[in-house]
Write a protein that binds this ligand. Structure first.
Ligand SMILES: *[C@@H]1O[C@H](CO)[C@@H](O)[C@H](O)[C@H]1NC(C)=O
Ligand SMILES: *[C@@H]1O[C@H](CO)[C@@H](O)[C@H](O)[C@H]1NC(C)=O
Ligand SMILES: *[C@@H]1O[C@H](CO)[C@@H](O)[C@H](O)[C@H]1NC(C)=O
Ligand SMILES: *[C@@H]1O[C@H](CO)[C@@H](O)[C@H](O)[C@H]1NC(C)=O
Ligand SMILES: [Cu+2]
Length: 160
C-alpha cells in the first residue's frame, strides 16, 4: 500500500514537473502586495483586491517579502483562513509558494492580530469558485519538501 502510494506520488510528481516545463516560458513570480509587500495592510480588503487583480497559473510562484515582525503560514481551509487559525509552523521573509495545481491556497501572518487586521491572502489558480485545496497535508510535512512530495500521493506543492 505504502509502495503503491509512493509510485502514485512519483507519477504525480513527474506529471507536475512536465507541466512546469510546458508552462515554464510563461511562469510568473508575483511579490505579494507588490510594493507594499507582506505587512498589516491599510485596510482589510487590500490583499484580496491584490489577489483578484492577478490571474495565477500553474507554475507561477508567489513571494512573501517583509521587514519587521511578520511571518508566513499556510492554513489548509477557508474556515481556518477566516478564523486566522495558527497552524503552528511559520516561515521567514522571502518565502516562495509554488503554485503547482489548480485550487486555492490560504496564507496568513500569525503575529499578534495581523491576520485579523487583514494580513492574509487567498491565492487561487484556475476557477475562482474552487475554494478548497486539492490536498491538505499536515503543516508539519512542509519541511520535507520534494522528498515528501514524491513519497506522498496527490500532494501538489512544496516550497523552493
Ligand atoms: C485599501 O487601501 C488601498 C491602498 O491604500 C486603496 O487603494 C484601496 O482603495 C483601499 N480600499 C478600501 C476599500 O478602502
Ligand atoms: C523580495 O525578496 C527577494 C528575495 O529576497 C528579492 O530578490 C526581491 O527583490 C524582493 N522584492 C521586493 C519587491 O521587495
Ligand atoms: C478557530 O480558532 C479557535 C481559537 O484559536 C480554535 O480553537 C478553533 O479550532 C478554530 N477553528 C477552525 C475551524 O480552525
Ligand atoms: C486549471 O484550471 C484552468 C481554468 O479553470 C483549466 O483550463 C485547466 O485545464 C486546469 N488545469 C488542471 C491541470 O486542472
Ligand atoms: Cu504580520
Amino acid at each position: 500500500m505504502a509502495k503503491q502510494m509512493g509510485l502514485m506520488g512519483l507519477g504525480c510528481f513527474i506529471f507536475m514537473m512536465v507541466a512546469l516545463q510546458i508552462n515554464g516560458a510563461t511562469a510568473t513570480t508575483y511579490v505579494v502586495g507588490d510594493s507594499l509587500g507582506w505587512t498589516v495592510p491599510p485596510n482589510t480588503s487590500f490583499y484580496s483586491d491584490w489577489s483578484s487583480s492577478k490571474t495565477f497559473h500553474i507554475g507561477d510562484e508567489v513571494v512573501f517579502n517583509w521587514t519587521g515582525n511578520h511571518n508566513f503560514a499556510e492554513v489548509s481551509s477557508l474556515a481556518e483562513y477566516e478564523n486566522c487559525t495558527n497552524p503552528g509552523i511559520v516561515f521567514g521573509p522571502g518565502i516562495k509558494a509554488n503554485l503547482l495545481q489548480n485550487g486555492s491556497r490560504f496564507f496568513i501572518c500569525t503575529v499578534d492580530d495581523h491576520c485579523e487586521a487583514g494580513q492574509k491572502v487567498i491565492i487561487t489558480v484556475g476557477s475562482p469558485t474552487n475554494t478548497s485545496p486539492a490536498a491538505s497535508p499536515a503543516p508539519s510535512s512542509l519541511s520535507f519538501g520534494v522528498v515528501f512530495t514524491v513519497l506522498t500521493s496527490m500532494v501538489g506543492y512544496f516550497f523552493a
